[in-house]
Design a protein around this ligand. Structure first.
Ligand code: MG
Length: 204
């Protein structure tokens, strides 16, 4: 299949006195969105849309909400994981469209900045990401922000697919090296050695 589509949705309640995080940036507002992580409803909806596009599960299956590791986490971690899943499935983002539903703040004045931040986080061009907003007329949800997102992904040409896969493998190796270094610095554990697959004494 050359193209696939994914859909994501999320909601969080407003809470006074915490920063409002939307699309990986802080938006000036007296209330933020409460959540186990930083409550970034826009990043959560996009993350689920990307995971859905390659049928890789959802945000909760990778990052369970009760897990203390993700308490107050920057949601760009979740987005990054979804992007890696898209790439390792052999796809890249064609475009993403989103609609926020909230009473305040007005999104239009900051939509350009949010799109630029999302383009940076997703390594795409700004015209590949759209951020729109509506008010929840007649829904009785003045204290809640919701977000809908759709993501279209397209299959990478074979040559780029190999490049993308080797980048994913390389980043896994780098992560293993970091863990090794940490283990040896904390416990004095020697680094893992790769054992030869044959008996060096008996190669004649
Ligand atoms: Mg959420």
């Amino acid at each position: 299949m050359d193209t696939r589509i994914g859909f994501g949705w999320d909601s969080h309640a407003f809470k006074p006195g915490i920063p409002l995080r939307l699309g990986g940036m802080t938006v000036d507002h007296p209330e933020g969105l409460a959540g186990h992580s930083d409550g970034d409803v826009l990043l959560h909806a996009i993350t689920d849309a990307l995971l859905g596009a390659v049928a890789a599960g959802d945000i909760g299956s990778f990052f369970p909400p009760g897990d203390p590791r993700w308490k107050d986490a920057d949601s760009s971690i979740f987005l990054n994981l979804a992007l890696t899943e898209v790439e390792s499935a052999g796809y890249r983002i064609a475009n993403i469209d989103t609609t926020l539903i909230l009473t305040t703040p007005k999104i239009a004045p900051v939509a350009g900045q949010i799109r630029a931040r999302l383009a940076e986080l997703l390594s795409i061009e700004i015209d590949q990401i759209s951020v729109k907003a509506k008010t929840p007329e007649g829904m009785g949800l003045e204290n809640v922000a919701q977000c809908h997102a759709v993501a279209l992904v397209q299959r990478l040409p074979e040559s780029e697919e190999l490049k993308s896969l080797s980048a994913v493998i390389e980043s896994h190796h780098q992560a293993e090296d970091v863990v090794d270094d940490l283990l040896s610095s904390v416990h004095g554990t020697p680094k893992r050695r790769t054992a030869p697959v044959y008996d060096t004494e008996d190669i004649t």
